[in-house]
Design a binder for this molecule. Sequence first.
Ligand code: 13P
Ligand code: SF4
Length: 348
Amino acid sequence: MMTHPNFDQLKDRLAGIVPEFELEAKFELAREILELKREKNAVILGHNYMEPALFHTIPDHVGDSLELSRVAARTDAEIIVFCGVKFMAETAKILNPGKTVLLPSTKAGCSLAASITAEDVRRLKERFPGVPVVTYVNTYADVKAESDVCCTSSNAVAVVESLASDTVIFLPDEYLARNVARETGKRIIFPTLDEGAPGELGYEMIGWHGRCEVHERYTVQDIEDVRRMFPDVVILSHPECSPEVVEASDFAGSTTAMIRYVEKTSAPRYLLLTECSMGDNVMAAYPDKEFLRLCTVRCPHMNQITLEDTLSALKLGRHVIEVPEDVRVRAATALERMIAIGPSGKRD
Ligand code: 13P
Ligand code: SF4
């Protein structure tokens, strides 16, 4: 459970990150949100990518996708306000259907979730009958409903390794799939849907061409350029980055795994190859550590979530997340299997 700072503490924490005049207005909004949240018996969940003034003021819990889905599953608040993107809010509704789940903006999508439909998954299952389907949590409810088990970036390897099958369909993130294949030593293919029935399966992972529009932009060249200037830098990347970028990094892991790595180590300086607001949030949390910034990359979806819209969400009870019950029940099975498998870091 987060403790919420007073204005002076917030000003100190975000000095040099958010200008003071902006912080004053945002603190006032945050105060109103916290009051309303108590009145309405709501809980606010904030993903690690939320902008700094929101991240440090209103969430009761912050974390990565797996952590927040676990909190959502067990909360007894009446309303869950999800400061994250739509697939995360849907996941909360699937796991805790008796609650009202609110997403402050209808524009908070995700390029990975948009890359695959339930029909695509059905066609893959027809083409590869009997092969278990592992679906990244960054998908919509109807895609999860077609899956055997979900995973997040923090437990993808553990989920794949938990299956008693030599071959798995792993959807929809091409780079995460390649990173998992590399780590588990599995061979991977990316089939087209209109090929005929497969013969003997000569590979162990079947992927899909979804990409995160944020993480696909980091390159090995970026890493080489930074290392040339700062040879002692420790570089952390998210497994939605390409395998080449992950390979050239010192550590790869979920958003929270990266934060924990920074917390537990004492490198001369760090560079985080992930969404930029998280870079700000980590800098604010660890003022004694040094960070390099490569910060042209923001998630246009996560950035839709503002304090203004969160206040409106609570005031007006919007935007309510609904999942048809038949879809929810099937998606819940895949998600509950995922929740049962804990996080696993990568390349410590
Ligand atoms: P995490 O599960 O690591 O928080 O990642 C979610 C996400 O959308 C990263 O782009
Ligand atoms: Fe989706 Fe990438 Fe944004 Fe995460 S950072 S929500 S994976 S587009």
